[in-house]
Write a protein that binds this ligand. Structure first.
Ligand code: NAP
Length: 475
């Protein structure tokens, strides 16, 4: 049992508060508790970050990179322990959890280096006795709110660039998965970050969010989660014109063309669709297969899907863990039931299993899919692959883009010319061409339309935590 605490101004706090239980979604058992913090705790953390900001911002990028690399190394040294905590509170298989820890550390090493390359520029002036400089400066105190599906990766993807840029940080992890965040922050402490640079609060999300958006010392809000909460936070932020980055929901199309390498396509669909039990913002939600190859594709997909084992992620050989909670399980069930009622055919799966407070769902393939089904209109967030056929590229592009989301899209073709045309027409921030798992630290990740604002990772991920200042000098 882990007794979690908040971390404010270099102190572990929150013992006097009520507690919230953290449960293992694979067993329903309690794995820890956290303090139920709120406005007051968020305010104290923001104040600490505000006080720590000037000194942290004044360090050289090299000095900040040294702290970050210590943190990075400690995370990798403790990878197995953190992964086990992550699996226990989130449910994803241990191998995936270890992968997430390595992925989350990769943002730290990449941004530690990128921080050394925050260049300004000089610009030719309009008169001989003037000079123009463009400078980059850290935005200031950053407040972050993150979801449960990547308890480590979603935090480091924000915190690493923010700290590298010279910002100080207040993190609020999801209530369902705070223990991984606590471990990451313990390692920040061990890495020796000065007090107040990194702070961690948890508890009442609404109250904490209100403080983060209204407190004048917060200069940037970075959020990953649902589109509904993203919109709410954006409205709250509008009052102060708070700088926001929003990584929101998705409804990814996967297009399998008749000239695709079918093995690549099947592997891509399995990786995108069933990773994390289908609980990722970028997971393929709508699979479009060109008519001529649908039988061959389905046969291969079914064969591979049959080998996926569902169970407790701590057990050897499990590929698909539980869904995070009943609400998510009910949504997946509803989506499959709705599809079947409207005429879908279940090729494999289609069944859930409730074991006490644990909720599992079989990897599911559905065919005979019509556009009015829920699976074609909402993020399912579960291991359900609805397959529709298409005839022409024009038709499939129109279908793929027919959504208010624009996070990730995938297509599989060996034809370069066709692939370039498809990639240019897809209204998505991330496009995987023969690639079901494109996210990496050095590339900009984020969505168009209602999937969000801004990018994380890559040069853009650093830019999100910088202000641009134009300095005009008269000589
Ligand atoms: P969520 O319900 O929006 O929660 C995300 C975070 O927001 C949690 O920390 C939550 O706190 C907090 N929150 C909830 N209500 C709030 C409020 N009124 N004010 C301030 N904070 C509030 O989303 P989720 O169900 O955890 O995550 C799944 C969603 O995230 C999916 O839509 C997925 O597509 C999206 N996602 C997007 C990306 C991306 O990069 N685009 C990545 C991963 C996930 P509590 O947990 O304490 O309630």
């Amino acid at each position: 049992m882990i007794k979690g605490r908040m971390y404010v101004n270099g102190e572990w706090t929150g013992d006097s508060l009520d507690t919230i239980d953290v449960l293992n979604p694979a067993t329903g058992e309690q794995v820890g508790t956290i303090p139920n913090g709120g406005k007051e705790e968020a305010r104290a953390a923001i104040e600490a970050a505000h006080q720590a900001f000037p000194e942290w911002a004044a360090l050289t990028a090299l000095e900040r990179a040294n702290y970050l690399m210590k943190w990075h190394d400690l995370i990798l040294e403790n990878k197995d322990e953190i992964a086990e905590i992550l699996t226990k509170e989130m449910g994803k298989p241990l191998a995936e959890a270890k992968g997430e820890i390595v992925y989350s550390a990769s943002f730290i090493s990449w941004f530690a280096e990128e921080g050394k390359r925050v260049y300004g520029r000089t610009v030719p002036a309009s008169s001989p006795n003037k000079r123009i400089h463009v400078q980059k400066q850290p935005v200031g105190v950053v407040a972050s709110i993150t979801p449960w599906n990547f308890p480590a990766g979603m935090i480091t993807r924000k915190m690493a660039p923010a700290l590298a840029a010279g910002c100080t940080f207040v993190a609020k992890p999801a209530e369902l998965t705070p223990l991984t965040a606590i471990k990451l922050v313990e390692l920040c402490e061990e890495a020796g970050f000065p007090k107040g640079v990194v702070n961690l609060v948890m508890g009442d999300a609404k109250a904490i969010g209100e403080e983060m958006t209204s407190n004048e010392n917060v200069r940037k809000l970075t959020f990953t989660g649902s589109t509904a909460v993203g919109k709410l936070l954006m409205k709250q932020s509008a009052e102060r014109m708070l700088n926001v980055s929003l990584e929101l929901g998705g409804h990814a199309p996967m297009i399998i063309c008749d000239d695709a390498d079918l093995d690549k396509a099947v592997d891509g669909v399995i990786a995108s669709k069933f990773r994390n039990a289908g609980q990722t913002c970028v997971c393929g939600n709508r699979i479009f297969v060109q008519e001529a190859i649908v039988d061959a594709f389905l046969a291969k997909l079914k064969e591979k899907t049959q080998t996926l084992k569902v169970g407790n992620g701590l057990e050897e050989g499990v590929h698909i863990g539980p869904l995070i909670e009943k609400k998510g399980y009910d949504k997946v069930k509803k989506h499959v039931e709705d599809a079947v009622e409207k005429g879908a055919k279940v090729i494999i799966g289609g069944e859930g299993a409730e074991e006490g407070n644990a909720y599992f769902y079989q990897p599911t393939i559905l065919t005979n899919i019509s556009d009015d089904m829920l699976v074609m209109n909402e993020e399912t967030f579960g291991p359900v692959a609805p397959i529709q056929t298409f005839k022409t590229d024009e038709e499939v592009i129109a279908k793929a883009n027919n959504t208010r989301y624009g996070l990730a899209a995938y297509f599989f073709t060996e034809n370069y010319s066709r692939g370039m045309k498809l990639s240019e027409k897809l209204e998505y921030g991330i496009v995987g061409w023969n690639d079901g798992v494109p996210a990496v630290a050095q590339a900009p990740f984020g969505g168009m339309k209602e999937s969000g604002l801004g990018r994380e990772g890559g040069q853009e991920g650093m830019e999100a935590f910088l202000e641009t200042k134009f300095l005009s000098i008269g000589l």
